[in-house]
Design a protein around this ligand. Sequence first.
Ligand SMILES: Nc1ncnc2c1ncn2[C@@H]1O[C@H](COP(=O)(O)OP(=O)(O)O)[C@@H](O)[C@H]1O
Ligand SMILES: [Mg+2]
Length: 417
Amino acid sequence: MDTTDPIPAPDPAAVPATPDRPTPEAVRRMLAGVMDPELNASIVDLGMVDDVRIGDDGLVTVVVALTTAGCPLRHQIKTDVQSKVSGLPGVATVKVEYGEMTAEQKARAMDRARFNAREHAEPTEVAPTTRVIAVASGKGGVGKSSVTVNLAAALAARGLTVGILDADIWGFSVPRMLGAEGRLSGADGKIHPNEVPVEGADGTPTGLLKVVSMGFLVDDETSALMWRGLILTKAVEQFLKDVRWGDLDYLLVDMPPGTGDIQMGLARMLPQAEMLVVTTPAIGAQKVATRVADMARRSYMKVIGVVENMHAFVTPSGERFAVFGEGGGAALAEEVGVPLVAQIPLEPDVSRGGDAGRPLALTNPESPAGSAFHTLATRVVEDLLPPVEMSGCTARILELATANLAASPGPTTPPNR
Ligand SMILES: Nc1ncnc2c1ncn2[C@@H]1O[C@H](COP(=O)(O)OP(=O)(O)O)[C@@H](O)[C@H]1O
Ligand SMILES: [Mg+2]
């Protein structure tokens, strides 16, 4: 009799994920943030993710079933998948393979799209084609609001329509920095954002900022205090659900300092949101990095880069003063494993512009800080998070689905995934 124990074959379900590789579930959670711009829903929700494979070498393969194999939006979906998944720790390369949906898959995806259109199941007024950037930091006073406002202004100067959601509910400063005032107006149960037109630079079309802030709802800091009972996440939720944002190329969210509920809520409601982290040259990179990485991990938000603000001050004669030290941005970027995407110099006019309600990126785009904001905007548009280009696609499936709505009675409960 053979007494040797046979070596049991490994049960794949029992193999734990190696600590330095993501699990397929984590990858799918990340993919829930990739939208099919035509069907107005996440590719996970639509049943378009056929397979996720994780290799020992950190190669992640995602098989995406497309509604129409020839749709030019496949490139958009591919870059979005790569960009989202590469944000997970332990991922070396992301490969996207395409399949075409079976007739049954297609029918199910259409049901889902129809259901969404009928029940307004999309929880917010922000279109899935809007690129969302949460501007966050590990602590306050680093220039988050200044970066948000000037980046938004620089994007709008390119002719883009940019929303700004001031999610720093009690510490709001966006209205002052943009010189925007007046109550938000409303009609048919929806709030209209305050609009600030931005002159296009050198013949580019005029852009637009659409701004929402608690500052437009309360008269002063004192009445702001009376609102404190309001749960902060509820306020942000309401700004996303009840504000008629319209078509936006970008929505920039000026996050409150710290981590926690607001981040989680935002990620839940806007799964496409990505995070830009602002720091100063002085900040202890390691501590902030831990906080930022934790924030990103818990909310499944991808960090697209680090902005170092209050970088060395340069006098008009060229003398350089590293007032707040050096290297904080690069160190944080390295710790988090993302690129350092901008260094905005310390420049009194940034602060003056903020107080005067006229962002430096608009009043003096040639100044050192002004041009740094424009360089950042270029980087965002051309590389980090290009606007969603809808014009190239001819297969307007959602329009078809919506057109079919009147004709056919559809499901009133969510179709099975
Ligand atoms: N690059 C800069 N140069 C000079 N002053 C700046 C710069 N960035 C921000 N500030 C000033 O620093 C202060 C804090 O900036 P703010 O944008 O309100 O930070 P946060 O939103 O992170 O609290 C403000 O007075 C602002 O005008
Ligand atoms: Mg602020």
